[in-house]
Design a protein around this ligand. Structure first.
Ligand code: ZN
Ligand code: ZN
Length: 593
């Protein structure tokens, strides 16, 4: 009945050197070591009468499997089979573990056959391990079939299947399975919440979390991290704060992952001070904690503070990683420290051996382009060690617009229309370049080429959260239930803004229409609608937080500065790239964005 493995046997079993450390403590391992030495000879020389039964072999297999030495586990197993020793269910479990670690589905199938033939079909632990093995080796349909046919299942079985569906990107199927689970534990809840958050379905993730609370299941540290990821994506500060309180009350702040997730959430929700507070209170920090803070300072236009923190990090003995340098380069970029940025680019390679990735090049090109050093930026792109992507050329294009260089802009656009042909943002910038130079024929050529390629203009969309409810506004929206109130309030604000010298900047509107229409169009930008809605629906003096899917245009930027002064409000806008914090008529980006 045994499978014959002799033909695949390796000549030697592993040398027992790995065992030195543990032998003194473990009787079985001592035995195992002796047996390894005894049996590590050609088969004809082994005295089969003195080969021990399975128990010491299992100790040895367990030892290898738990220390992440799958090859040693498997070759030791092959040897024991060669000596005709019968495996038991422990043997199978150690082998399945080794196969899963090494994604060795071929050996895994052999072990599966052993499980069947030795009559371990009703051993749920082994069945779960097999399910996990098939799933993690990418044998999705096999895993699903096995799951559906399993005579017995427990919560772990369901969790394995759900976890696998999520990592395979099939969140819908995972959710269906989750909904039909007979019993759920904290792990089930957590994997669904984290899966939803990872694929951008953050609102749904928070809904599932609330359901979890209602059902009385207790979140753990991993759940808290997953929920914070969702809050960060949504920019939902209030929810994030409530999770912070919960984590604090349950002693989770000792966990460095929880603290890192809190920092990330606060930074992405535009609340840098709270992020700093969490960071300062940490007893132990990882490179992620430092990097998140540096990136946070950069995104909030506090590049100098970001760089100071970098120096402090180096002094503390922490080694920076590639994310740290993305933060540092961003910090330089957002405050226009061009030479400092170039220096960091060198330091990164020379002192820390970090090979620059396309993101680092993106930052460097952005830094140079914005400072008007366009030829230098072009030079950097030409000498990149990785192929440039849309972000890199896009950064050059943005710089060309700022510094009115049509020739280089056209070159960048040629690459962009191949690399990222459906991204409307680049066409808009290019047509701005032409429009600002008065080249109207070229503007309409761009518009025609957008049409013929089927490029759709992404609609501006802004959201504001008030009392836990997210309110979304799209550009031009006149159908909102409070639309009348919003437009009346805007008109009043407009009068005060104009007294302070506001002139609507219709150059950001590209459509062929009369100037008067263009103004109305401009006044219906989504972030303006969200701002006025916020002014009406929150108490005077309360800060207003808005999230936008695109970059803020120049006109909205000017308007927001004035409104922050007129209404005496702090207005925080998170756009696609960074934060703008408007206060007393100025923005933290110092108009450099
Ligand atoms: Zn705007
Ligand atoms: Zn700004």
């Amino acid at each position: 009945m045994m499978l014959c493995l002799c033909s695949t046997l390796p000549p030697q079993i592993p040398k027992p050197t790995h065992l030195d450390h543990a032998t003194s403590q473990n009787h079985h391992l001592k035995q195992a070591r002796a047996l390894l030495i005894k049996t590590n000879a050609p088969l004809s020389h082994v005295d089969l009468a003195h080969v021990p039964a399975i128990v010491p072999w299992n100790s040895c297999l367990k030892f290898f499997a738990e220390r992440g030495a799958p090859c040693d586990t498997i070759s030791l197993f092959l040897r024991l089979r060669q000596l005709s020793i019968l495996p038991d269910h422990f043997t199978c479990s150690f082998l399945l573990k080794a196969c899963t670690i090494s994604s060795d589905i071929v050996t895994g199938r052999i072990i599966h056959a052993y499980v069947q033939k030795l009559g371990f079909q009703s051993n749920l632990i082994l069945q779960n391990m097999l399910l996990h093995l098939y799933a993690s080796c990418g044998e999705t349909s096999h895993a699903r079939l096995m799951f559906d046919k399993m005579p017995q299942q427990d919560v772990a079985t369901w969790n394995i299947m759900i976890g696998h569906l999520i990592s395979a990107g099939d969140v819908g199927a995972a959710r269906d399975l989750f909904d039909s689970m007979p019993r759920r534990n904290v792990r089930s809840w957590t994997s669904v919440i984290s899966g939803l958050a990872k694929c951008g379905m953050s609102e749904e993730a928070l809904r599932v979390f609330s359901e979890m609370e209602r059902e009385g299941s207790r979140p753990n540290e991993v759940t808290v991290v997953a929920v914070l990821v969702a809050c960060a994506q949504l920019g939902d500060l209030e929810f994030g704060k409530s999770i912070h309180r919960f984590a604090e009350g349950n002693g989770f702040l000792r966990n460095v992952y929880v603290c890192n997730a809190l920092i990330d959430m606060y930074v992405k929700c535009g609340c840098l001070e709270e992020g700093c507070r969490v960071f300062d209170g940490m007893r132990e920090r990882t490179v992620v904690s430092w990097s998140s803070m540096i990136v946070g300072f950069a995104m909030h236009g506090e590049g100098e503070k970001g760089l100071e923190l970098y120096e402090e990090m180096i002094r503390s003995g922490m080694k920076p990683n590639h994310v740290t340098f993305i933060g540092v380069l961003h910090a330089c970029s957002h405050v226009g420290l061009v030479d400092k940025g170039r220096e960091f680019f060198t330091i990164m390679r020379r002192d820390y051996g970090i090979v620059p990735g396309v993101e680092h090049y993106g930052c460097l090109v952005d830094l140079l382009s914005r400072a008007g050093r366009l030829e230098e930026a072009r030079e950097v792109i030409a000498n990149m060690s990785v192929p440039p992507n849309g972000v890199v050329w896009g950064a050059l294009l943005g710089g060309c617009r700022l510094h009115k260089n049509i020739k280089l802009a056209e070159e960048a656009m040629r690459h962009l229309s191949e690399l990222d042909p459906l991204n409307d943002g680049y066409y808009v910038v290019m047509s701005n370049v032409y429009a600002e130079a008065g080249k109207w024929e070229e503007v309409s050529r761009i518009r025609r080429s957008m049409k013929s390629r089927g490029v759709k203009k992404t609609q501006g969309c802004s959201s504001i959260t008030i009392d836990g409810v997210v309110h979304e506004f799209v550009a031009g929206d006149e159908t909102h239930p409070q639309a009348k109130g919003i437009f009346e309030m805007w008109e009043k604000l407009l009068v005060k803004m104009k007294m302070k010298g506001y002139i609507p900047d219709t150059s950001v509107v590209l459509l062929d229409m009369e100037d008067e229409q263009k103004e109305i169009f401009l006044y219906r930008h989504s972030e303006k609608l969200a701002l006025v809605y916020g002014l009406i629906n929150t108490k005077p003096g309360m800060p207003i937080r808005i999230m936008k899917n695109l970059r803020v245009c120049e006109d909205c930027h000017t308007a927001f500065k004035l409104v922050s002064e007129i209404e005496n409000r702090e207005i925080v806008v998170r756009d696609r790239n960074r934060f703008h914090c408007f206060k007393n008529g100025a923005c933290t980006c110092k108009d450099y964005w």
